[in-house]
Design a protein around this ligand. Structure first.
Ligand SMILES: Cc1cc2nc3c(=O)[nH]c(=O)nc-3n(C[C@H](O)[C@H](O)[C@H](O)COP(=O)(O)O)c2cc1C
Length: 199
């Protein structure tokens, strides 16, 4: 069986992002479990704030890139902070753009590329709740319109400024185990979804 292909991206692009650190922990666990991981830097996609006039003047290359990445991967590990209890504009904007390309050049439309993607959710915050409140909204957003299959396990890393050692590992074994649980659920679910039906 070929390795499950997993996109990993963070909903914060800033240098020193706690969510990027948590994404790196999850990516390492995915790789240890045999997955093929593709990290995606949302900032590098250079997507403007969605505007139909911009779209009418030409689809940004980043939107097509993200659509292609979804078409090429079975799963997504998403690690995002919350801003005022909500997923970040960077994240929402990128996925809104990814939903816009039509089917072309042998690639599916954006919605078709994202539909059926198995997704796991993590968040990190300096606050006590770890950004957990936003994950319900993120779950709804990914599932309701984009058609992703979100695993039930999720984890918000609270007090995240003190959660990593200098090498980037999680200090708290329980926090690490919670990340692992999400990672394993994503891989288990992706394998079940993509395996051929039992005769
Ligand atoms: C506009 C804004 C709103 C925020 N709202 C919340 C919030 O609702 N809950 C929370 O835990 N942290 C909130 N924060 C703090 C972020 O969790 C914190 O900046 C975090 O470090 C961002 O993630 P990053 O380190 O990956 O960039 C907010 C930050 C900003 C800039």
């Amino acid at each position: 069986m070929s390795a499950t292909r997993v996109l990993v991206f963070a909903g914060s692009a800033r240098q020193g992002s706690l969510n990027q650190k948590l994404a790196a922990v999850a990516a390492r666990e995915l790789e240890l479990a045999g997955a093929a991981v593709t990290p995606v830097d949302l900032r590098a996609l250079s997507l403007p704030v969605y505007d139909a006039d911009i779209e009418a003047s030409g689809m940004p290359a980043g939107a097509r890139t993200l659509r292609r990445l979804f078409a090429e991967h079975e799963a997504l590990l998403l690690v995002s902070p919350e801003y005022n209890g909500f997923p970040t504009p960077l994240l929402i904007n990128a996925l809104d753009w990814a939903s816009r390309p039509v089917a072309e050049d042998g690639l599916p439309s954006g919605p078709a590329a994202m539909s059926g993607t198995v997704a796991g959710l993590l968040s990190a915050s300096p606050g006590a709740f770890g950004g957990l409140r936003s994950l319900l909204f993120t779950r709804q957003f990914l599932q309701m319109n984009l058609g992703m299959l979100i695993v039930p396990e999720q984890f918000g890393l609270g007090l995240a400024e003190n959660a990593f050692d200098p090498a980037g590992a999680l200090v708290d074994a329980k926090a690490h185990a919670a990340v692992l649980k999400v990672v394993q659920s994503v891989l288990r679910t992706a394998a079940a979804v993509t395996s051929p039906p039992v005769a």
